[in-house]
Design a protein around this ligand. Sequence first.
Ligand SMILES: Cc1cc2nc3c(=O)[nH]c(=O)nc-3n(C[C@H](O)[C@H](O)[C@H](O)COP(=O)(O)O)c2cc1C
Length: 680
Amino acid sequence: KQKLTVLYGSQTGQAEEIATQIHEDAVFNGYDVDLHCLKDAGKKFDISQITCAVFVCSTTGDGDPPENARKFLRTLSRKTLSKDHLSHLKYALLGLGDSNYSTFCGGPKKLERVLINLGAKQIHHSGFADDGTDMELVVEPWLEELWPALKKYFSNQDCEILNDKPEENSTKDENSDFAKLDKNVDCGQNKSVENLSKEIKNIEIMVTYKSKNDINTTTLQKSILLQESSLSLVELTLPPLFPLYLETFASNEVRPAIQHYQNDCPFPIASGSRTSGLIRKASVLTREDAVKRTIEICMEVENREQYMPGDAIAVCCKNPAQEVEWLINRLDLNEKADESLQLKVSVEAKKKSVPSFIPNIFTIREVFTSCLDIRAVVKKPLLRCLVEFTSDPGEKRQLEELCSRQGGDEYMKRIRENFISIIDIIAAFQSCKPTLEVLLQHLPRLQPRRYSVANYGSEFISFVFNVVHFPNEPSHLPDRKGICTGYLESLVEPMIKQKQVDPISISIFPTKSNDFALPGNLKTPIVMIGPGTGVSPFIGFLQQRREQIHSRTACNIGPAWLFFGCRHKERDFLFQSELESFIDGVLTKLCVAFSRDKVTENEPKYVQDSLTLHKNDIVKLLLEDKAVFFVCGDARNMAKDVRNCLINLIAIETNCDEDAAREKFSVVLAEKRYKEDIWT
Ligand SMILES: Cc1cc2nc3c(=O)[nH]c(=O)nc-3n(C[C@H](O)[C@H](O)[C@H](O)COP(=O)(O)O)c2cc1C
């Protein structure tokens, strides 16, 4: 058997998940394969003994490698190592990042530089996937091409080696990443299907999207999922059908009285253990006529000190009961829904194990509610599997097309771009009826959601969120809210309406964010940019700063600026009175912008406009006064716009061209003075 090692560095689990998938595929493809985390170098694996490795590595912080990859990188970065230290190693590398951050894929790019500098040779083009747009755009073609590349390497060890020259080890690389922010796809993305006719017939047949007990009745237009595709006459290449290896059986054991959330299986992002948070107070911060509803929750927690300003609370959420019920009914599982079940691995599947986040004894309702992400976009291996559980030949063919190599564009257009989940699929494809085991094997783990800690010093912690509302789309169940924000809102609604005063318990754990914390020295100037709910960590920062100022007399205090923006001053100016109360010495300047109020020519519309209004001070703070800049909030628009705005202001104020301004900005990045806590 050919020996392969899959190595990963992962901060929040995505790289680990992909590495695990590669490991499974490699077993399936007949390799003798091991899977290790990079942190286990020297303990569970020895890189000097590995001849062929597949690396999957993500990015965290400001373009940094994940914590569990740092020691590996440090060890291999020692100057004493010879240039051919890894010349025995052939590798393939998949990097994960998010182009909304300033340094795209900094972690895997550093890893690759180290490998190349030590003489390792690439046998497959490196892929750099972008979580900010769609990782699958890169991950999928990269994985598809990995197997032929490995086959070629193993069949002819002198195969073409893709890289020979070590890249220059300088910050230049990061600068060019920065310039390439929008060109983050390094492989495979534009592989379009030949002969794909543009003519897609839009059959306006309506199907009934209906549960047996009429919980949720709506219609689903055929136009998105069930389109007649131009591939109907094309010969298809299907992805491999992975054997089902999980089996359920009725349990004779008694279910424990207390079931732990997801079997208490650890979350990679946790910086402390999972615990109960007792919600004591919930209030709506926005006026009724605001476009988004913002809720603040105050909660009693154990180990309050683990939740400092800049940190985040991860909330372990549950899927909406209505969707769970629908799924149970649609799969004809209602009779068994509350029975105690257990899972085992079928005898043939040697190296596999049962998912550790599923409790030892569980019910179907419980796993659908708390363990599986039933809203996850369906991936091709699941679609491939669903083909086997679909009786209607027409529907079968459509599912085959969607997961086929030839149907790459169709998959993107119809599945990924519309966030099509298993629920949407089985609602549209009426003859598709997967078993429970299919879902247990293919649906990903339901992930916790993170919210910034929005206060400091008080006995309770608070956090703030907008209730996410998905517009009614023809391909989905109507009136969908965000899984976690919808869950939290439904829990606290009675409290908001003061019908219920008893505390409400939720499952939470602390997480650290990205070195996003006040500088140790009060003298260091700070600039905080946080429109909308992005302001929440800064409320904590300012409360903490107030305490620091009060406890240190006669101390030199640096300036602190805050830029806030929202739609309407009267409707969604979050924390208005509290923010204004900081202008007594804690906050030097509060700059606000209201995008939908009638603004005159000189009034700012967005935070970028406020920055521009103060360009002189801002550029001085950024370049001369060595201020630390904090940006929190929407990644896709705001964070990018703010960054571009600052580069533009640097160019104006220092009288240089855009390239030179970028260069100056990259120095700020390298000095770790530009910190982002952003989300999509
Ligand atoms: C706190 C934080 C900081 C991040 N910083 C960066 C960054 O600087 N550059 C980048 O390209 N991606 C960045 N990312 C994006 C992650 O690399 C990306 O979401 C990846 O898929 C995570 O993979 P993992 O779960 O294996 O860690 C960051 C993500 C988080 C949560």
